[in-house]
Design a protein. Structure first.
Lengths: 244, 249
């Protein structure tokens, strides 16, 4: 007989000889790494998008330092939000279409750690390059030097929350053919706190204050997202699979 | 009493029972809405004393405050309906959630619109990036997101579950968004205008406000039941009792 707890988190009872959850998590990490490294376009395009959006602002507003420098934190963060959203769009759809998501669902292992493995690799391959690219774009927007380090640290913490929260939207819209605009509509309102604290940290650094308060809040958001979002992602993926 | 409520809850879970039970509720909700809104509007707009600072322009709160109140509570109701759907698999919860979303979006829009109209004589501008206005605008986008997600997903059960999940995620996030926006406002705009802290209103001002609030809730009940009944007929059009109903008329 299934115990209620077992019935809640897995579809069938796990036989004793199967590998433990940690081994499966490691295997999932390896699989995601191989899969995502091979989709080079999906990795590079969001970065190009990030740079392009930033380049549009001097053209649209003014190329002078005294106008660009004050808006630089906001421009960089908005561009980073949108680039993260773009990179998340095709996160689950290939797995849903080729049936591997359904296979993961029937393995009997909880889906949340597997989704977390996917997002960890995705963060490493698309958010980390974005963070490394950001100082160069910061220089182009006349961002003061003292804000560069804070920006990278804020992006490091903020992008964790962005990836995980955005993945909820990606999971919910995985079954929709062209979900770009829909996902933006679903996810962007949830990105607002990260945007506020991220730009707040940079503005605190520019004005010579301490950015610790904002960075701590970003860290709190990231911690909250890491603990809660995988379960929502897993629930969203189950819904998406049931719709196929 | 408790047992009666439990039976009622289970009966409302069946589309057929829901349709039959709520039919007799409709005139009550409609009547209450008409009476409360009528009394509240006439009292608030004509007889309540004018504000000593804002004059007559304050009277828009008799629409603005109930609308803003409902805008927030309807989202929470939607999330509660989502929990009921996901936990107890009660399909009627989704019908109610679907009926709630457009009403909530309308109320949010009404609150924003009346706020903008009130802003012209009071602040001298249609829009200010005030923390409350901003978080209301974000709430409006959250509603639009739920509605858009339902439109986009195809099998109805999938759309129902996805919307329920999104509403629950939204409810967890709303306080975070609200506090971050509050903080952003205090950081970016050091108090040029503040919504004056709620003055202790005399009873002649807040009693009509309370009546308006009750009227809005009655309107909510009426609108949701009306929409839900139509949706039940649409979803159950293959069921025998719906065919019978349609043939009788």
């Amino acid at each position: 007989m299934n115990k209620p707890a077992a019935a809640f988190c897995r579809l069938k009872q796990k036989p004793a000889n199967l590998p433990g959850l940690f081994a499966v998590f490691k295997a999932a990490l390896g699989r995601e790494w191989r899969m995502q490294v091979r989709r080079r376009g999906d990795l590079v395009n969001p970065l190009v998008f990030f740079a392009l959006v930033v380049v549009l602002f001097p053209l649209g507003i003014s190329p002078t330092e005294d106008i660009l420098a004050p808006v630089a934190p906001g421009v960089l963060w908005v561009a980073a939000l949108l680039a993260t959203l773009m990179s998340l769009d095709a996160l689950f759809r290939p797995d849903l279409l080729d049936g591997s998501l359904e296979q993961q669902l029937v393995t009997g292992y909880p889906l949340a750690p597997l989704a977390l493995a996917k997002l960890g690799v995705h963060w490493l391959l698309s958010s980390l390059p974005l963070i490394l690219l950001s100082p160069f774009l910061g220089i182009m927007l006349y961002l003061p030097w003292e804000a560069q380090g804070v920006m990278m640290l804020a992006l490091l913490l903020g992008s964790l929350a962005l990836s995980l929260v955005g993945a909820i939207g990606a999971a919910l819209t995985a079954g929709v053919g062209k979900s770009g605009v829909l996902m933006t509509l679903l996810v962007l309102p949830f990105y607002i706190p990260v945007l506020i604290f991220g730009t707040g940290a940079m503005q605190a650094a520019i004005s010579g204050g301490s950015a610790m308060a904002h960075l701590s809040l970003l860290g709190a958001l990231a911690a909250l997202a890491i603990t809660l979002a995988p379960w929502a992602i897993a629930a969203g993926l189950k819904i998406a699979v049931s719709g196929e | 009493m408790w047992k009666w409520l439990k039976t009622l809850y289970h009966r409302l879970g069946s589309p057929k029972w829901f349709y039959q039970i709520t039919g007799s509720w409709l005139p009550w909700f409609a009547g209450a809405a008409v009476v409360f809104l009528g009394v509240g509007l006439v009292w608030g707009l004509a007889f309540a004393p004018a504000d000593y600072q804002q004059g007559n322009s304050f009277r828009i709160i008799y629409i603005h405050v109930p609308a803003a109140f409902l805008a927030q509570s309807v989202y929470i109701m939607m999330a509660v309906a989502g929990v009921v759907l996901l936990v107890w698999k009660m399909k009627m919860a989704d019908v109610v959630a679907q009926s709630l979303a457009p009403f909530g979006a309308t109320m949010t829009f009404l609150a924003l619109l009346t706020g903008a109209i009130w802003g012209v004589p009071t602040w001298g501008t249609w829009w200010m990036w005030d923390a409350r206005l901003t978080s209301m605008l974000i709430l409006f986008f959250l509603y639009l997101g739920v509605i858009a997600l339902r439109e986009a997903l195809q099998p109805q059960e999938v759309a129902a579950k996805a919307c329920a999940l999104l509403a629950i995620v939204g409810v967890i996030n709303i306080p975070i968004i609200k506090y971050s926006v509050d903080w952003w406002y205090t950081l970016h705009q050091p108090a040029t205008f503040t919504l004056t802290e709620k003055p202790a209103m005399p009873a002649s001002m807040w009693v009509p406000l309370l009546i308006m609030l009750l009227g809005f809730y009655a309107l909510l009940g009426w609108s949701v039941i009306l929409r839900a009944r139509a949706e039940v007929l649409k979803r159950e059009y293959k069921a025998g009792w719906v065919k019978e109903l349609l043939q009788r008329k």
